[in-house]
Design a protein around this ligand. Structure first.
Ligand SMILES: Nc1nc2c(c(=O)[nH]1)N[C@H]1C(S)=C(S)[C@@H](COP(=O)(O)OP(=O)(O)OC[C@H]3O[C@@H](n4cnc5c(=O)[nH]c(N)nc54)[C@H](O)[C@@H]3O)O[C@H]1N2
Ligand SMILES: Nc1nc2c(c(=O)[nH]1)N[C@H]1C(S)=C(S)[C@@H](COP(=O)(O)OP(=O)(O)OC[C@H]3O[C@@H](n4cnc5c(=O)[nH]c(N)nc54)[C@H](O)[C@@H]3O)O[C@H]1N2
Ligand code: SF4
Ligand SMILES: [Mo]
Length: 738
């Protein structure tokens, strides 16, 4: 008997991968609903064929049997699927009941990272926010790029007017606390970082990396310097001082726009390269050489990311990075730090931002643009009194794994009156929800990068229609927002109601079209983008000053007093510095994406990546061997994790990646659970913050190390995973109850 060969009806679809900030063009071959392959799109003018291993996760996510396809409700007998109308009614009722009983602000909302990678979500989230009417708003921003927003709001007049490295043309790139080879770049949308960094060196330029770990990026850089975690502020102050002492400060178009520029001359006068060398771990001679080479390069840019942003001096450090670029004449210059000019002008379509209009109830930390810091969430739930959070909504987020002292938040979430999560999965956070509302998969929606075109190192525009039609019983994030708004906001004005109805009818792509038509490239419309499925090249970055400035006086406001006041804290840190303290930092891997791609078998297979990296000297000092279980303890908790002894790390620094810890009971992601790891955020401390911004400080966390179970050294990987999981489960439970 011969079976008929099955006919493959191969179709081709072009789109932009929305998983990280790099905006890679992809080609998806498919046969109807079956994805056959996902590859890089060589004709995409921006990414030219580059993709990373995560792109295939778009298929895995789409097909993932653990991904929710319908709303679920938590009952005494476990999760039960319910219909959309019932789920939405119950969510509206749950929210209303909390707000009627305890006030509007008793409902908190947390927006996670994937929100900014979601076209419909970005364009319509305001309807959800205005209809729930709570001031208790939080997002991943305050454990991330908050310092960028504050610096740019102060200096340029808008939180989103953020200049990015002109990486395609620079001759000297100084990377402080960023690992773009793993992260694919951040606040610098630039696919194929490996090639871009190699290109700099190929044109006789230099790439210099400052990082407590010799990262993948450091490995291909011209030069790498270890730095003691959270001491970058000292390095940057010494660099600024050295720039003035050596007469490298330059006047140009940008400095002419900054009336207070001369005040920077003395800003760092107390910080000599010699006086910061021992704490930072970088010698005075090396600091001076770096400054000299930076200033003498034909073009240069200083760039800092997570490692400098999310630590105790995050805001002051980002300010100093900006200021160093400005005083050396690198702002708004080719090869320096330049302003993108995106086709949808988000800056002119949003408010400038504000800092500290209100302060959080319990810890009195400032809000930014209406959002309180994430480090305040658990206290706002746990500390009784007027304004206590009694209900919570998470939208595309997983704060139990992604915010400091996750274990404390985990417990706080368990005691709420009502919780709802908009998410694909029953994850570590949404497992506490009463109802989970799952949106369509990324392949079932259209895409245009509203956010990351604003950080792109080359101006481009690309629209990707949905690949697959969503099923009748599925909803987009934006549909969920609008349908909740309909239920919650009965008193909405006629104009708002009409706007919501129109958005529902014409879909968010209509708003995109409007945005394009009112943007800087007048000829660009949605129709034009549809005709160009690989994307449209809008040219290299161009000088944007002074028109980029959003202050009414069209000047750069250096806001010196605000930042200078923080130097008192720097002095204190220097005086009390303990250079014996072991400090914990984070780490990313190219096959991970925060907490949520560990359910893709293709991405997690191989050696466990949730390890404690530490230097051989540190290992020796604590009697730890490679492969051995180690108890790591901080002020807030402990985890047990397997040691990976490597000279990649600086001595007295240890590194654990975030986003693991899937061993918590009730999680429903089988592959992730089998590769559970431990959550580094069960160690990071919700009281260790940058008080100037309210940003979390997950890098530079003091920890203690203790070698345990010496007899289980050198287990094989699967055994390690299991030991890890079981130990971590029982350990975190007992220790953090203290
Ligand atoms: N220690 C430490 N902690 C960190 C960091 C660190 O470096 N170290 N990094 C921080 C940073 S930079 C960030 S951005 C945060 C991220 O932290 P979060 O934003 O809190 O968490 P994610 O892991 O991104 O989880 C995203 C969730 O959204 C869901 N999701 C994905 N796409 C969609 C969608 O389109 N719609 C909906 N409704 N849901 C979706 C996923 O299923 C997943 O559960 O973590 C922070 N935490
Ligand atoms: N593969 C992958 N890609 C991602 C993500 C992911 O989870 N996985 N997440 C995405 C998100 S949400 C973001 S925000 C970006 C982040 O993008 P990046 O900031 O490039 O990513 P990280 O790998 O966190 O890089 C931070 C670096 O800072 C170093 N570091 C830690 N502490 C210090 C310090 O005190 N000083 C200095 N100088 N360095 C320090 C760390 O060793 C690390 O190499 O990545 C995005 N892309
Ligand atoms: S680098 Fe980012 S955008 Fe590019 S394929 Fe990987 S995950 Fe997708
Ligand atoms: Mo992030």
């Amino acid at each position: 008997m011969s079976s008929e060969p099955t006919q493959v009806n191969e179709q081709t679809h072009f789109r932009t991968c929305n998983l990280c900030e790099a905006m890679c063009g992809i080609v998806i071959k498919h046969d109807g609903e079956k994805v056959l392959s996902i590859k890089g799109d060589k004709d995409d003018p921006f990414s030219r064929g580059y993709i990373c291993p995560k792109a295939t996760a778009l298929q895995d996510l789409h097909e993932d049997p653990d991904r929710l396809r319908q709303p679920v409700e938590r009952t005494a007998d476990g999760w039960k699927e319910i219909s959309w109308p019932e789920a939405l009614d119950k969510v509206a009722a749950g929210i209303q009941s909390v707000q009627q009983k305890y006030g509007k602000n008793a409902l908190g909302i947390y927006l996670g990272n994937p929100n900014v990678h979601n076209l419909g979500g970005m364009l319509t989230i305001k309807h959800l926010l205005t209809s729930i009417k709570t001031r208790s708003r939080f997002s991943a921003t305050s454990i991330d790029q908050l310092p960028h927003h504050i610096v740019c709001m102060h200096l340029f007049g808008h939180m989103l007017r953020i200049p990015v490295p002109d990486i395609n043309r620079t001759q000297y790139m100084l990377i402080i606390g960023g690992n773009p080879l793993a992260s694919n770049g951040s606040i610098m949308t630039a696919p194929n970082m490996r090639q871009k960094l190699k290109d700099i060196q190929a044109r006789a330029g230099k790439v210099v990396v400052i990082d407590p770990r010799r990262t993948e990026t450091a490995d291909i850089a011209s030069e790498h310097h270890f730095i003691r975690p959270a001491t970058d502020v000292l390095l940057l102050l010494a660099m600024l001082n050295e720039i003035y002492m050596q007469g490298y400060a330059k006047e140009n178009r940008a400095t002419a726009l900054a009336p207070d520029i001369e005040r920077l001359r003395d800003f760092a006068k107390d910080y000599r390269a010699e006086s910061v060398a021992s704490i930072t771990g970088i010698s005075a001679a090396e600091i001076k050489r770096m400054v000299k080479e930076f200033c003498e390069a034909e073009s240069a840019v200083c760039y800092g990311r997570m490692g400098v942003s999310v630590q105790e001096f995050g805001l002051l450090s980002q300010y100093l990075i900006m200021v160093i670029n400005i005083v050396t004449g690198r702002l708004d210059e080719v090869g320096g730090l330049m302003f993108p000019n995106p086709a949808v002008d988000v800056v002119n379509n949003s408010g400038p931002g504000y800092l500290g209009k209100r302060h959080s109830r319990v810890s009195h930390l400032p809000d930014f643009n209406g959002e309180y810091p994430v480090v305040t969430i658990a206290d706002e739930m746990l500390v009784e009194g007027e304004g206590q959070l009694k209900g919570f909504m998470t939208v595309a987020g997983n704060p139990v794994l992604s915010t400091p002292n996750g274990e404390k938040l985990d417990k706080a979430l368990a005691n709420l009156d009502f919780m709802v999560s908009l998410d694909y999965f029953v994850n570590e956070t949404s497992r506490h929800a009463n109802i989970i509302l799952p949106p369509v998969s990324p392949l079932e929606r259209d895409h245009y990068d509203i956010t990351f075109n604003g950080f792109a190192v080359h101006n481009v525009a690309k629209y990707s229609p949905a690949l697959f039609h969503k099923k009748d019983n599925e909803k987009h994030d934006w549909e969920i927002y609008l349908e909740l708004a309909e239920r919650l906001d009965k008193e909405a004005s006629e104009a708002t109601t009409a706007e919501r109805a129109l958005t529902k009818k014409l879909e968010p792509k209509f708003l995109l079209d409007q945005g394009l038509k009112h943007g800087p490239y007048k000829a660009l419309t949605l129709e034009k983008l549809l005709e160009n499925p690989h994307g449209v090249d809008l040219g290299a970055l161009q000088s944007m000053l002074p028109q980029a400035l959003k202050h009414a006086d069209k000047q750069i406001h250096l806001n010196v007093d605000f930042y200078q006041a923080d130097l008192a804290r720097v002095q204190q840190m220097m005086q009390n510095y303990d250079d014996e303290q072991v400090l914990l930092i984070g780490r990313r891997h190219v096959r991970s994406n925060n907490s949520w791609l560990h359910n893709s078998h293709r991405l997690v297979k191989g050696k466990s990546r949730c390890t404690l990296m530490l230097h051989p000297d540190t290992a020796k000092a604590y009697g730890i061997e490679d492969g051995q279980a180690v108890k790591v303890t901080s002020r807030v908790g402990s985890v047990i994790i397997i040691a990976e002894v490597t000279d990649e790390l600086m001595p007295k620094v240890v590194s654990i990646p975030h986003g693991f810890g899937h061993g918590r009971t009730g999680v429903k992601q089988k592959t992730a659970q089998a590769h559970a790891g431990v959550s580094v955020n069960d160690l990071t401390d919700d009281t260790l913050i940058d008080p100037l911004s309210g940003n979390a400080a997950v890098n530079g966390v003091p920890v203690k190390l203790e070698a345990i179970v010496p007899e289980v050294t050198k287990l094989d990987t699967t055994e390690l995973e299991m030991t890890n999981l079981e130990n971590a489960e029982s350990e975190t439970k007992s220790s953090s109850a203290a």
